[in-house]
Design a protein around this ligand. Sequence first.
Ligand code: NAP
Length: 252
Amino acid sequence: MANQESNNPEPWNNLEGKVVLVTGASSGLGREFCLNLAQAGCKIVVAARRTDQLKALCDEINHPAFSGSPSNPNTTVRAVAVELDVTADDPTIDASAQKAWNRFGRIDVLINNAGFRGTVKNSLELDEEEWGLCMKTNLNGTWLVSKHVCRRMRDGHQGGSIINISSVIGINRGQHVGDVGYAASKTGINAMTKLNNVALKMVPLQTFGSLDPAVTSLVRFLVHDSSQYITGNIFIVDAGSSLPGIPIFSSL
Ligand SMILES: NC(=O)c1ccc[n+]([C@@H]2O[C@H](COP(=O)([O-])OP(=O)(O)OC[C@H]3O[C@@H](n4cnc5c(N)ncnc54)[C@H](OP(=O)(O)O)[C@@H]3O)[C@@H](O)[C@H]2O)c1
């Protein structure tokens, strides 16, 4: 195994055997992560509220013509759907996590991707409902889904990884105005990722640049066992767009 891997500079392009649960899989980045990871050989549990979108995604991945399909199309279902509202209460998310776990009998990696941005408003105009939805979706949702998936990983004595999709808005880079609820929730996710003794990996994103391969290649690497010693990290994937734009020179 070690020799095979040393001959292959990018072993994370073959993720056969990994089972990945992706929240917010019905559209946007989550959908792209599912397609990309299925192409690399993962089995995917796709989760969100819009089950029609999830079904369409599963049909696409499970179609014999899909590029990640095994040579014998009758052998394996690659993607299955679980309805999941990350703003639900603790017992409801527990039950959804159990359903997700049962689909393939394990989960190796959870990607907490479901997110809500809200409208861009200064904090004086922001209403409590929108603030609350940001917190409940991004912060509570990430915590509760992680809690119930990680408990099963722990009890299964199998290990596992959590990848939280955050944002550069939650770290000390760039200038963002009018996103106070979103920024506070993403900052909370960053703190949770670093402090939580179970949740391990976080990928902040920016709107600039491409998803594939910029973010998908990093996610594949984090899913692969060769990244198992990488923990509690924040990876900035923004093509440098949040670096300070004006260089400061000192005459001292
Ligand atoms: N796009 C970017 O450039 C960018 C930049 C920085 C960070 N991010 C982060 O990346 C993640 C995905 O963003 P995106 O742009 O792909 O967003 P998007 O296209 O709006 O998709 C959001 C996804 O989250 C799901 N979702 C929302 N509320 C949910 C809930 N209560 N329960 C379960 N699922 C829920 C939606 O599914 P349903 O509606 O079907 O439930 C949808 O699949 C977010 O965490 C976002 O903060 C994105």
